[in-house]
Write a protein that binds this ligand. Sequence first.
Ligand SMILES: *[C@@H]1O[C@H](CO)[C@@H](O)[C@H](O)[C@H]1NC(C)=O
Ligand SMILES: *[C@@H]1O[C@H](CO)[C@@H](O)[C@H](O)[C@H]1NC(C)=O
Ligand SMILES: *[C@@H]1O[C@H](CO)[C@@H](O)[C@H](O)[C@H]1NC(C)=O
Ligand SMILES: *[C@@H]1O[C@H](CO)[C@@H](O)[C@H](O)[C@H]1NC(C)=O
Ligand SMILES: *[C@@H]1O[C@H](CO)[C@@H](O)[C@H](O)[C@H]1NC(C)=O
Ligand SMILES: *[C@@H]1O[C@H](CO)[C@@H](O)[C@H](O)[C@H]1NC(C)=O
Ligand SMILES: *[C@@H]1O[C@H](CO)[C@@H](O)[C@H](O)[C@H]1NC(C)=O
Ligand SMILES: *[C@@H]1O[C@H](CO)[C@@H](O)[C@H](O)[C@H]1NC(C)=O
Ligand SMILES: *[C@@H]1O[C@H](CO)[C@@H](O)[C@H](O)[C@H]1NC(C)=O
Ligand SMILES: *[C@@H]1O[C@H](CO)[C@@H](O)[C@H](O)[C@H]1NC(C)=O
Ligand SMILES: *[C@@H]1O[C@H](CO)[C@@H](O)[C@H](O)[C@H]1NC(C)=O
Ligand SMILES: *[C@@H]1O[C@H](CO)[C@@H](O)[C@H](O)[C@H]1NC(C)=O
Length: 428
Amino acid sequence: MYFSFAVALAAFPFLVGAVPVENSRRNVLSIPLSKRGPSQLDVRSLHAGTHHTMAKFQRGFEAFERNTGKRHPLAPKHGRLDKRSTPGNASIPLTDFHEFMWYGTIQVGTPSKEYSVNIDTGSANLFLPGPSCQSCQGHTIYDPSNSSTAKDLGLSANLTYALGNVAGHVFADTVNLGGLEASNGTLVVASDVAVNFNATNFGADGTLGMGLRGLSPFNATTIFETLVEENQLEEPVFGLVLAESNSELIIGGRDSSRFKGNLSYTPVDSGMGYWHTKFDNITINGNDIQINNTEVIIDTGNVLLLGDQISIGNIYKGIPGSARFNSSDPSFGSQFWTFPCNTTVNASISFDNTPFDISPDIFNLGTIGGGLCVGAFAEFPAGATYPGFWVLGDVFLRNVYTEFDYGSNGIKNGTQDGKVQIGFAQLA
Ligand SMILES: *[C@@H]1O[C@H](CO)[C@@H](O)[C@H](O)[C@H]1NC(C)=O
Ligand SMILES: *[C@@H]1O[C@H](CO)[C@@H](O)[C@H](O)[C@H]1NC(C)=O
Ligand SMILES: *[C@@H]1O[C@H](CO)[C@@H](O)[C@H](O)[C@H]1NC(C)=O
Ligand SMILES: *[C@@H]1O[C@H](CO)[C@@H](O)[C@H](O)[C@H]1NC(C)=O
Ligand SMILES: *[C@@H]1O[C@H](CO)[C@@H](O)[C@H](O)[C@H]1NC(C)=O
Ligand SMILES: *[C@@H]1O[C@H](CO)[C@@H](O)[C@H](O)[C@H]1NC(C)=O
Ligand SMILES: *[C@@H]1O[C@H](CO)[C@@H](O)[C@H](O)[C@H]1NC(C)=O
Ligand SMILES: *[C@@H]1O[C@H](CO)[C@@H](O)[C@H](O)[C@H]1NC(C)=O
Ligand SMILES: *[C@@H]1O[C@H](CO)[C@@H](O)[C@H](O)[C@H]1NC(C)=O
Ligand SMILES: *[C@@H]1O[C@H](CO)[C@@H](O)[C@H](O)[C@H]1NC(C)=O
Ligand SMILES: *[C@@H]1O[C@H](CO)[C@@H](O)[C@H](O)[C@H]1NC(C)=O
Ligand SMILES: *[C@@H]1O[C@H](CO)[C@@H](O)[C@H](O)[C@H]1NC(C)=O
């Protein structure tokens, strides 16, 4: 564990934009999240995004090794997750990718200014567009020289996301999440961003990494972890509702009006940097699928469920009429599978002995014509070293309430030995 916890007894004033969730617990706040409206299926964009996701994990593993001096247990023993030849900032416009982009508003600096940020549990830094960034025009710019609390930490950083790369300089400043203030929040002030982050292609100004600190290229705590360390939270947890309406990021507690029954928790190894856990099984139309391993990284920065070729093939064997989508146009990749659009696919993933269903409407990403639709479970992109884990993104998280817990058990128990864990529940 990297943290020590204490219950914050102070009541925090609500600032603009903060929404109290439970009146009896004044420091549990939420940030409403928005989502780009639905649009056409764009397999090319999804394919390009998975290459960037592999590059993101590869960079995360490398940062982990620098920060801790140990190889990341999920890092490939030979080779890399990404193909070196894959350009870090391929200029494929990811228009439809944005359908799955969740963003909320935070306040940064003194005087404080509002920025919209994409919530990404698969990375661990806050980045905002900076004044010298040409390709950031149209976004709200964070200028450290306009904030009396900004501190230059004298470091530069390169970040990798599913949308491409961001280069910038590292500062510390006050960062306010839903009314809770991290006085020493680290952020990367971007001087160059991939074209997918420009104001036309990217609905938010920046990205808020909600992973664990081991992933930071400069070994910093995340904004959320800084809130925990600065004793701003009643409980060291955040929750996500990524629903069709009223999506929200809940900070410091849970919004029990948004889920049914109890949360089912599985342990997370906090030393791994990722929200990494294990599932029990995957079923398709009620049938258990033969799969190799059940290690999984929960990543809101990724749209799909990604798995190894054999396991994904086994999944689609359970869906009559399905076939790998292997277009003669290589920009579509060969990682996707199609199935007849008139088929209803009931997929479920079970955690802590509790199955969680994926709505057939979410499983079905859309049609490529000819009565064929693309499924939301896909193989890792060809060319990458196959990782020994799955990546679970929005197609699962949109069906559940998710709690990211840094050890609230310890606090409830009056000890500091709370376990890091992740909890899921059916949406209310
Ligand atoms: C990264 O931070 C952790 C926790 O503070 C510390 O134990 C570790 O030594 C740091 N790593 C480097 C390379 O500074
Ligand atoms: C910073 O402050 C200057 C002077 O007040 C102003 O012209 C500029 O627009 C500000 N920049 C940003 C990004 O807020
Ligand atoms: C970031 O990338 C640029 C260009 O590849 C490189 O020159 C620079 O050294 C990198 N900075 C860090 C901190 O890795
Ligand atoms: C994107 O690639 C171009 C050409 O390789 C390079 O000049 C630019 O610095 C890169 N941008 C980022 C953010 O990595
Ligand atoms: C963003 O990039 C796209 C190409 O992907 C371009 O058409 C658009 O004009 C750019 N927008 C801005 C604000 O630079
Ligand atoms: C603020 O954060 C930076 C970067 O994580 C760290 O180097 C510095 O020691 C922190 N300062 C305080 C006062 O905690
Ligand atoms: C939730 O957990 C509590 C305590 O373990 C138990 O009493 C209750 O029956 C559970 N409720 C549901 C709906 O499973
Ligand atoms: C599991 O992995 C082994 C070796 O990595 C491979 O031979 C086997 O086919 C895999 N099985 C499944 C169901 O993926
Ligand atoms: C995709 O099709 C090409 C020929 O069009 C073939 O060479 C390749 O092996 C196929 N890839 C997969 C993964 O089926
Ligand atoms: C789906 O459509 C195909 C032809 O397009 C037809 O043969 C099949 O019976 C249909 N299946 C269902 C379940 O309606
Ligand atoms: C899959 O998991 C669910 C929930 O834990 C369980 O009810 C079911 O029996 C499991 N299926 C198999 C085949 O193990
Ligand atoms: C509560 O604390 C005791 C030791 O004080 C420990 O044995 C127990 O496992 C803790 N329970 C939880 C749920 O953390």
